[in-house]
Design a protein around this ligand. Structure first.
Ligand SMILES: C[S@@+](CC[C@H](N)C(=O)[O-])C[C@H]1O[C@@H](n2cnc3c(N)ncnc32)[C@H](O)[C@@H]1O
Length: 227
């Protein structure tokens, strides 16, 4: 697999400490959770289910739905084919809406991203939370780990192609992924009516917004729909 900005971030870690941290804070027995972009393994949906949540998951890729749908692991997780931009749910349905592992970055362009955020705001209950992570070109450029020996090829390519100046990057499947500074994501969410509660790095070791904005390659965001 060729090195790209996504392999660069995700090669070593898939289950981040920050995900568990956030689940611990927001998800418990009977919490209603919508997991968007649940994927072929259902990893993020199952994590919430294992905490006792009532989980509904949606996915746009039909092959992934079949794969996850066929597993016995899926027990108690509702699964549907749907698009984040047109959520097939009534208003005010869920306590938590989550898009794990940069799934929200498949939504490109300011207009669609705000539309996606508005959709998530619509289906979450007042006072409920919207959680996702997304690539940050500032962190992808400045994070010290990008300059470790194992990373230099991907980092070199990212910098010399001046990709950090673009609104998108290319993932290992050749797909375009959004990348945006923390300030931009926060502003888009504010336009959609969501208030930022926290922004954290992948290890969960810092939630200092300035440090995260500068050095986190793919921060995790927690937003809240005002009560
Ligand atoms: C990186 S995977 C994450 C899989 C899983 N949630 C996890 O944490 O391991 C992102 C998923 O989002 C799905 N996806 C992309 N765009 C979507 C959309 N507009 N609506 C719903 N799902 C989407 C992709 O098909 C992919 O399965």
């Amino acid at each position: 697999m060729p090195e790209t900005a996504t392999t660069h971030v995700y090669r070593h870690i898939i289950d981040y400490a920050v995900e568990d941290q956030i689940l611990q804070e927001l998800v418990g027995a009977q919490t209603s959770v919508l997991d968007i972009g649940t994927g072929a393994t259902g990893r993020s949906a199952l994590k919430a289910r294992d905490r006792g949540a009532v989980v509904t998951s949606i996915e746009i890729n039909v092959e992934a739905i079949f794969e996850f749908g066929d597993t016995t692991e899926r027990q108690d997780v509702m699964l549907a084919a749907a698009d984040l931009l047109r959520l097939p749910f009534a208003d005010d349905c869920f306590d938590v809406v989550q898009v794990a592992l940069h799934g929200f970055d498949y939504i490109l362009g300011c207009t669609d991203r705000i539309r996606g955020l508005q959709e998530m705001r619509r289906v979450v209950k007042p006072g409920g939370h919207v959680v996702f992570n997304g690539f940050n070109p500032v962190g992808l450029t400045l994070a010290p780990s990008g300059y470790k020996r194992a990373m230099w090829k991907a980092q070199f390519k990212y910098l010399t192609s001046r990709r950090f100046l673009q609104p998108t990057m290319i993932d290992f499947n050749g797909l375009e992924l959004n990348q945006a500074p923390v300030r931009v994501v926060t502003n888009q969410a504010a336009i959609a009516g969501l208030r930022r509660v926290s922004v954290r790095n992948l290890s969960g070791s810092t939630s200092d917004p300035r440090k995260v904005a500068l050095f986190s390659k793919a921060p995790y965001y927690v937003f809240q729909r005002p009560a």
